[in-house]
Design a protein around this ligand. Structure first.
Ligand SMILES: Nc1nc2c(ncn2[C@@H]2O[C@H](COP(=O)(O)OP(=O)(O)OP(=O)(O)O)[C@@H](O)[C@H]2O)c(=O)[nH]1
Length: 186
């Protein structure tokens, strides 16, 4: 019988970028147009990956700015990170590198399993962050990347598949994953 594996994932990013909407769309298959700032909330959802069942414990966190201290519970015992920005906000994109650096620094490591997510990909006409910029930051940080829309339910499941992929390839010592399976835009 395939083994059940448990993995903890923290979802971090600036305020109002769509973290909760992404997690809610993934877990509860719903999208809510109104905005309620998140304090913090944990969700559980199982997925299949390479023939195994993964029980994901997903921590949806409060929006961060550059001065927010990283909470211990989002660093200790976390297997993988989902770092979210909105494609319609350059400032939120800049927060991704700040957050990545904070996690690396807090954990005292050089590399973390991470997916960088350009959220609200349906907001084409307000786009401030190009796909090439996402590819560049992902490559610089050895991360996977994807653009999603929680509103239109585009690539939402892929975020968490990619996160498990990033976690597992490090645990197995297999670093060789083709770029095409690490960066997804449509
Ligand atoms: N157009 C569009 N709007 C979105 C999308 N995802 C979220 N939103 C909207 O953006 C606003 C903020 O979404 P949230 O999911 O609450 O953002 P958050 O990052 O969890 O916010 P904090 O709790 O402050 O950190 C809400 O009004 C959502 O309806 C999306 O994919 N497309």
């Amino acid at each position: 019988m395939p083994e059940v594996k448990r993995r903890k994932i923290a979802v971090l990013g600036a305020r109002s970028v769509g973290k909760s909407s992404l997690v809610k769309q993934f877990v509860e298959k719903q999208f809510i147009d109104s905005y309620y700032p998140t304090i913090e909330r944990a969700y559980v959802k199982s997925i299949a990956y390479k023939g195994n069942e993964y029980v994901l414990e997903i921590f949806d966190t409060a929006g961060q700015d550059e001065f927010s201290p990283l909470k211990a519970q989002y660093a200790i015992g976390i297997h993988g990170y989902v770092l979210v920005y909105s494609i319609a906000s350059k400032n939120s994109f800049e927060m991704v590198q700040i957050l990545h650096d904070k996690i690396i620094d807090y954990c005292g490591v050089t590399d973390i399993p991470c997916v960088i997510v350009g959220a609200k990909s349906d907001l084409h006409s307000s786009r401030q962050v190009q796909i090439s910029e996402l590819e560049k930051i992902a490559e610089a940080n050895n991360a996977a990347c994807v653009e999603t829309s929680a509103k239109d339910d585009v690539n939402v499941g892929r975020v968490f598949q990619l996160c498990v992929q990033e976690i597992e390839r490090r645990l197995s010592g297999n670093q060789a994953v083709p770029k095409a399976s690490r960066c997804i835009f449509q």
